[in-house]
Design a protein around this ligand. Structure first.
Ligand code: AMP
Ligand code: MG
Length: 347
């Protein structure tokens, strides 16, 4: 199929493009959409056939549910029931924004969207184009990240084109994603609520709003065979470039030294800006200063993807500590490495 490209640089001048994209969604087609986190691969979340097209285009396993993207919190009751007060407490603080809440689904949401689960993930993205698109289509847009399953998520129009050209009906080019990592996922059907995936909203920020939050085990370690994580997506190797990644945690100086002792001609290095001088330029990628978590989040997936254009056979990556956005960055890096981790400590 030919993938139509919509370039919308300014929301006030993009009305015609947005209404064409909304028509594609209403007809059951697939449209890649810009959001503040990563690009999404969207379709009408209430249309079984449309949702199946998302799974096919990505090569996504059928047991990995999709998140519904809505225009505002008033849409929650259309698709969810038994909604606890905590839901609105969170939406008041963090919507529109990078937070997905898991709630009990109504039967209007097809089972293929939620991979058979009795719950559904709800998010209101903070991107004027996608927000306008959802309103114009007047349906919730189911959207996972717009990458081929297993690859790093897409944070720019160029990434989406690499992975999805010819496989979906349209792509809206809305520029680069400002957060760069997927949304935080919190399950409100559990007591206490449980963090299933760290993301753009930090655990510390959530704890300022909710008294008690449990952190899901699957987020911190590799899942043993046969064990079922609460967010099905957590069990897959994800975000991975072709070469095997090893994550080196601990004091940045120590990690850089450790990596330097192991590099060969075919070793890729992903390091903080201030350590780049220690490595050969060709196979080295930087992703922000060690103290700049926002830059690291924004640049991580692009850096991981770029190793696929080189001939490296292994990659060593420096890793931030688990504080603030660092928890989400470290989680994506460790998953990209299939939990191949060297911890040199911080004391
Ligand atoms: P992606 O959109 O690519 O970021 O993937 C969506 C993530 O949300 C996956 O890890 C899913 O497993 C998770 N997810 C979506 N819906 C649910 C749900 N109802 N319960 C638990 N996790 C979910
Ligand atoms: Mg994904």
């Amino acid at each position: 199929m030919t993938t139509k490209i919509f370039r919308v640089s300014d929301i006030s001048e993009g009305a015609a493009e947005i209404s064409q994209a909304a028509e594609i969604i209403k007809r059951g087609g697939t449209v890649a959409i810009p959001t503040e986190t990563v690009y999404g691969l969207g379709a009408n979340g209430l249309d079984e056939q449309a949702v199946k097209r998302i799974f096919t285009a990505k090569g996504r396993p059928q047991d990995n549910p999709l998140i519904l993207h809505v225009a505002d919190e008033s849409w929650i009751k259309r698709y969810c029931e038994d909604v606890p007060q905590e839901a609105y407490l969170l939406t008041r603080h963090f919507w529109p924004g990078p937070l997905t809440i898991i709630l009990k689904r109504r039967s209007i949401v097809p089972s293929v969207t939620t991979a058979g689960l009795p719950t559904v993930g709800m998010r209101c993205p903070k991107h004027p184009i996608t927000n306008a698109l959802i309103k114009a289509a007047d349906v919730p847009i189911a959207a996972p990240s717009a990458n081929i399953s297993g690859r790093p998520s897409t944070t720019s129009f160029a990434h989406v084109l690499q992975d999805m050209d010819g496989k979906i009906d349209a792509i809206i080019d809305g520029g680069d994603c400002v957060v760069g990592l997927e949304s935080t996922i919190i399950d409100l059907t559990e007591k206490p609520p449980r963090l299933l995936r760290p993301g753009g909203v930090t655990l510390e920020e959530l704890r300022r709003v909710l008294d008690e939050i449990e952190v899901d085990e699957a987020l911190l370690r590799s899942m043993p065979d046969g064990e079922k994580p609460k967010a099905p997506g957590m069990k897959y190797r994800h975000y991975a470039p072709r070469a095997q990644v090893t994550v080196v945690c601990g004091y940045p100086e120590r990690a850089a030294q450790y990596i330097r002792e192991r590099v060969s001609d075919r070793t890729g290095v992903l390091c903080f800006d201030e350590y780049a001088f220690m490595f050969d330029k060709g196979n080295t990628r930087t992703f922000g200063r060690s103290t700049d978590l926002k830059a690291q989040a924004e640049r991580l997936f692009d850096a991981l993807r770029s190793f696929d254009d080189s001939d490296v056979t292994e990659i060593y990556a420096q890793c931030p500590s688990d504080e603030g956005l660092g928890l989400a960055i470290a989680n994506r890096l460790k998953k990209a490495a299939g939990f191949r981790i060297v911890d040199l400590g911080r004391d």
